[in-house]
Design a protein around this ligand. Sequence first.
Ligand code: 5CA
Ligand code: ZN
Length: 409
Amino acid sequence: MHAWPASEVPALPGKGRDLRIHDTATGGRVTLAPGPVARIYVCGITPYDATHMGHAATYNAFDLVQRVWLDTKRQVHYVQNVTDVDDPLLERAIRDGIDWVGLAERETALFREDMTALRMLPPQHYIGAVEAIPGIVPLVERLRDSGAAYELDGDVYFSVDADPHFGQVSHYDTELMRHLSAERGGDPERPGKKNPLDPMLWMAAREGEPSWDGGSLGAGRPGWHIECVAIALDHLGMGFDVQGGGSDLVFPHHEMGASHAQALTGEFPMAKAYVHAGMVGLDGEKMSKSRGNLVFVSKLRRDGVDPAAIRLTLLSHHYRADWEWTDRVLQDAVERLGRWRAAVSRPDGPSADALVEEVREALSDDLDAPAALAAVDRWAALQESGGGTDESAPGLVSRTVDALLGVAL
Ligand code: 5CA
Ligand code: ZN
């Protein structure tokens, strides 16, 4: 699939800093010091509805990861998937009496527009589940042939007991794993499984549902976790730097994905850091397509809200925090954007050399975007109080905000 156009990232004077980031698997901060090419996989959307603020917040976090790395003059190898065949997508298409392929295409197109408007840097490889199927089948065959997977009435399941490191992403206890597995696409109650937590790798063709040639697996479609693993291993290999997504993907998705990859390769760990963004809520509940309590990026854009203000709203919350979308948080961002734009539109101002370093320090410290915004606020306040004659300062502030925060002033 094609991704979306990249906005230019201005180069800043001086030197960027290595990223220290919270890793779910170790429960602590890791310093990532990749070689010249940093590698990141971020789980993409299931395209059955438009991009909401929760999605946007999660992609904003991983956009910041890229920007910190680019500032260190590294290249970034970024891969994202689109879950363009899965139960929720098929169910929505049936509910609305539309073709599932058309639904996925329409919502993916809208997602690209939203990402472009928000100045999120695109992945180099944007891969749909359907197009990944030819790569998924041999992996499932390998897992089955090595005894890490087994067949149950034509479906193929991964045996979580095949990975000695299973459980080391989430560290959840068995009861919580069972509960979340049932809630998030698993089937712990199905009789005949070796372990109730075992997730499906390949689902045999069902009447009335799309299916593909699965070689020795028979016709069917892939499970959710193996989709991301196949795409990640194909384009990044093992031991990549960051596996990213929202905190609702910690279990089962990222736990199972890591186990699939580790069982396939015998290597550990799949990723150097498992990074998870907090959940954005509305009216006290997690914003989710299944609940329908959504604020859409595209709707706000149609209503004339500046995408830069949407982005500033996302940036005003720490990526790991759970937070609520309200009109107030958007209004605060609109006002902040106005103050910043006025401040950089003057011909001169207070020196911005310290500001560049403050923003760098804040972001490299577990992506502390609120601290970065506070630093820009301080410069804007100095500017408002009439303070400085540095003619390069307004331009440097604009470039810093653009390069490191993705906001065009
Ligand atoms: N296609 C799978 C990943 S392979 C999927 O989870 N798709 S999704 O459309 O449901 O979510 C896309 C991304 O947005 C995931 O990283 C998910 O964790 C994140 N996300 C979903 N809802 C929220 C929310 N309310 N707040 C923050 N992030 C969210
Ligand atoms: Zn995924």
